[in-house]
Write a protein that binds this ligand. Structure first.
Ligand SMILES: [Zn+2]
Length: 310
């Protein structure tokens, strides 16, 4: 099994590809679905890219793979069930000569959804894989993949680091480096949600929390989506106070997570002492642990009160 951050795994693939040592079947697990797909595409681009250094990201092959429209890369998206019919289709696809590239790459997302019948048929393909085909199975549940399939694949376990998230987000959202760092650290956030947050008004609201007068205007909780928003805003407040405390204790601004809120953090730290901050953090953590059940009107008032209480 290979375990590593995205950059480590990519380096590893580059080396084994250069040495002609790629195997024909991989299983990617861990790291969240977006990164698994991203890494599968990376491998598909690496082996088929016509640019230099590979994968260049710019040649028409790389671009088509990114868009999911490249003829020699098959992406199977499962709807909680991958049937034997799909495996037959894969078999046919694998047996045909590739259109234009050295390798055909077949990516099966959430491969734990292979039906037992499909898994057995797939196993037969893996036992005698065509030489020009690379199979990449992606799964969030390795334990639900047939052991006989696992034994025929190299398992790659992705470990996502903050730098991986930052790199990924910087290609998706138009934010400064400081903002991307802060966003990537709001660690409970999934990438998909991070993108959504930036594209919604929530990202701007995060900043206005720390302007006392504006915070009051943010109180409009309604419906289900609002609870998620509250959760995000509360998390932002917790990170903010954590940063304020760090400044109080160490004076080291490099250690601030929400670098984009530095002026507010500095200002806030002038008005509260360490004991105040620790007390606020403790109370807010309690609110955070109740965030799924608490009445949102009460919660917003509580957080606002705590944040601005002297
Ligand atoms: Zn390329």
């Amino acid at each position: 099994m290979r375990i590593g951050s995205l950059s480590k795994i990519e380096e590893y693939f580059k080396i084994v590809f250069e040495r002609g040592r790629l195997v024909s079947s991989y299983i990617f697990t861990g790291g969240g679905d977006k990164f698994r797909i991203e890494e599968a595409k990376f491998l598909a681009k690496l082996v088929n890219c016509t640019g230099n250094p590979k994968p260049c990201g710019y040649c028409s092959v790389c671009q088509k793979i990114d868009e999911g429209i490249y003829g020699d890369v098959l992406f199977i998206e499962s709807e909680k069930r991958i049937s034997i019919g799909t495996i037959r289709y894969i078999q046919k696809f694998a047996s045909l000569k590739s259109f234009s590239s050295p390798y055909k790459v077949i990516i099966i997302n959430e491969a734990q959804y292979l039906t037992p019948e499909a898994a057995n048929a797939f196993l037969k393909i893996l036992e005698e894989p065509p030489s020009h085909v690379i199979f990449i199975l992606l799964t969030s549940e390795l334990r639900n993949i047939l052991p006989t399939i696992i034994s025929r694949c190299q398992v790659v376990r992705l470990k996502i680091r903050r730098s991986d998230k930052e790199k990924f987000l910087s290609t998706r959202v138009n934010l400064s480096l400081d903002q991307i760092r802060a966003l990537a650290t709001l660690s409970a956030l999934k990438l998909k949600e991070s993108e959504k947050i930036v594209k919604s008004s929530l990202w701007a609201r995060r900043k206005s929390i720390f302007e006392k007068q504006k915070f009051i205007r943010q109180l409009s909780p309604k419906g289900n989506e609002k609870r998620k928003e509250f959760s995000f805003l509360l998390q932002s407040v917790l990170y903010f106070l954590r940063d304020v405390l760090i400044i109080k204790l160490t004076g080291d601004e490099e250690k601030i997570i929400s670098q984009d809120l530095k002026t507010y953090i500095r200002d806030y730290s002038r008005h509260y002492d360490e004991e105040d901050l620790i007390e606020k953090l403790q109370l807010l953590f309690e609110v955070y642990s109740e965030r799924e059940n608490i009445n949102l009107n009460v919660a917003y008032n509580l957080v606002g009160g705590l944040l601005w209480r002297r």
